[in-house]
Each structure stands twice: as structure tokens, then as C-alpha cells.
Write a protein of this length. Structure first.
Length: 132
């Protein structure tokens, strides 16, 4: 029975990470300068989930957080100090609608894991009352 709680807990941790990744992507939708001050736009992050929890048991875990390798978006900004010779700047390829949907989906999955954990605790409590 405790394995069910471990599965729900690993799911909650994984979904929390997915929400954090979506939040980071949304926060950096207009970031065109890297932390070193270079004109390198932010790359979209993606949480990659894998079966099994961190201890090797049942559940799920975040195996990696990958960077998207797609092209940057070209945006016309002739007066911008970082514009190229044609008057374009390059911005991250982040779609706010997609990131918002990812965050909502991860939040709902997190809530489902909470409900599963609560149901498991209720069943365990009922079993212990019967045995006592």
C-alpha cells in the first residue's frame, strides 16, 4: 500500500517540475540576452519524464530538462540596439498558449496525484480499522 503513496508522490514531484519549466519559459519569452550579456536568445526548456522514481521503484521521475533546438523567431525591430543589419532581432521560440496549457495540464495531473494519495490513505486507514 505504501508503494501507491510513493507513486503519487513521485507524480506530484514530476508535475511540479513541469509547472516550474513552463513558468520559466513564460518568464523568458522576451529574453534575447543570455546571462553572460551576449546576444543569444533564451532556449525553451522541456521536462522529459521517465518511468520509475528516483529510488528505482514504481512511479515517474524527470529524467532531464532538455533545451529545444528549433530556430529562433525573427522579429522586425529596426531601432533596436541588438538588431542585425536587416533590422531584425531574434527572440525565443516560445508560444505562450502552449506553455500555459502545459502548466494547466501539469497542475491538473498534480491534483489527480493528490486525490490518488488521499484515496490510498483512506483505504489504508480503513484497512487498519478493520484489523484493529
Amino acid at each position: 500500500m505504501y508503494g501507491v503513496l510513493d507513486i503519487s508522490t513521485s507524480g506530484m514531484i514530476a508535475q511540479r517540475t513541469r509547472v516550474e519549466v513552463a513558468t520559466i519559459n513564460i518568464a523568458n519569452v522576451d529574453s534575447i540576452i543570455d546571462p553572460n550579456g551576449k546576444n543569444i536568445p533564451f532556449r525553451r526548456r522541456m521536462a522529459v519524464l521517465a518511468p520509475g522514481n528516483a529510488n528505482g521503484g514504481p512511479g515517474v521521475h524527470v529524467s532531464s530538462i532538455d533545451l529545444a533546438d528549433g530556430a529562433f523567431r525573427r522579429k522586425q525591430a529596426p531601432g533596436h540596439p541588438l538588431a542585425d543589419s536587416e533590422g531584425y532581432i531574434y527572440t525565443p521560440d516560445i508560444d505562450l498558449a502552449t506553455e500555459t496549457i502545459n502548466a494547466i495540464e501539469a497542475t491538473r495531473a498534480y491534483e489527480a496525484n493528490i486525490m490518488a494519495a488521499e484515496a490510498s490513505k483512506s483505504l489504508l486507514s480503513a484497512a487498519l480499522r478493520i484489523l484493529a
